[in-house]
Design a protein around this ligand. Structure first.
Ligand SMILES: O=C(O)CCC(=O)C(=O)O
Ligand SMILES: [Fe+2]
Length: 200
């Protein structure tokens, strides 16, 4: 079990957004072990997205877990949740303690290599409520997380999300900002990202 009080937190107070970054929320060997278990046991699926009348394979694999069986729809994809398992419940508890927030679902992404990505978007689906708190855990290869304000064009940042790290997005961020994980030409390994959400 990690020590909840020994971590270094960085808080970013941006216009209309709050971000908290904890680089080593999980230390090794726990972070390595979580990565391996998830990679092997999550029932990964690849959905199709529709863009301008064409369908494309989503450029990553995903899975949704929830405490209820409500479906979750984003980018035209409707996902049916799996029930939480012991490991994901334990992680959810630890993330709830540090973020002082309750979550009831987790969307998991697998970026198989640098060709997998997540395009500019906001997590602003109605079911997430007005100013959602989203807790994002990363394992495996480091990837760049970029975020930019929708209208203030000097507000444009990037943060490398490390193995075992936690990033909390809150405040009005999902109204005023977009975020992405771009493709990279660097030869890199797999990365797993978990975003804990509260779906109403
Ligand atoms: O992989 C990441 O770091 C971000 C994932 C994300 O933005 C999402 O699933 O909505
Ligand atoms: Fe997102």
């Amino acid at each position: 079990m990690m020590d909840l009080f020994s971590q270094e937190k960085t808080m970013l107070n941006l216009p209309q957004a709050k971000l908290v970054y904890v680089p080593e929320f999980y230390h090794n060997p726990e972070a390595d072990s979580i990565f391996k278990v998830l990679l092997q046991h999550v029932p990964w699926q690849q959905d199709h997205i529709s863009l301008f009348g064409k369908t494309y394979k989503q450029p990553r694999l995903t899975a949704l877990y929830a405490e209820n069986d409500k479906t979750y729809t984003y980018s035209g994809i409707t996902m049916k949740p799996h029930p939480f398992n012991k490991l994901l419940l334990q992680i959810k508890n630890e993330v709830e303690i540090i973020s002082k927030h309750k979550f009831n679902s987790v969307l998991i992404n697998l970026y198989r290599d640098g060709n997998d990505s997540n395009g500019w978007h906001a997590d602003n689906e109605k079911e997430l409520g007005n100013n959602p708190v989203i807790a994002s855990l990363s394992f495996g290869a480091k990837r760049m997380f970029k975020f930019k304000h929708r209208t203030l064009n000097t507000e444009n940042y990037k943060l490398e999300l490390e193995h075992g790290s936690l990033l909390i997005m809150k405040g009005e961020m999902q109204h005023y900002w977009l975020h992405q994980v771009p493709k990279t030409k660097k030869p890199i390994g797999k990365r797993i990202n978990l975003t804990f959400r509260y779906i109403e």
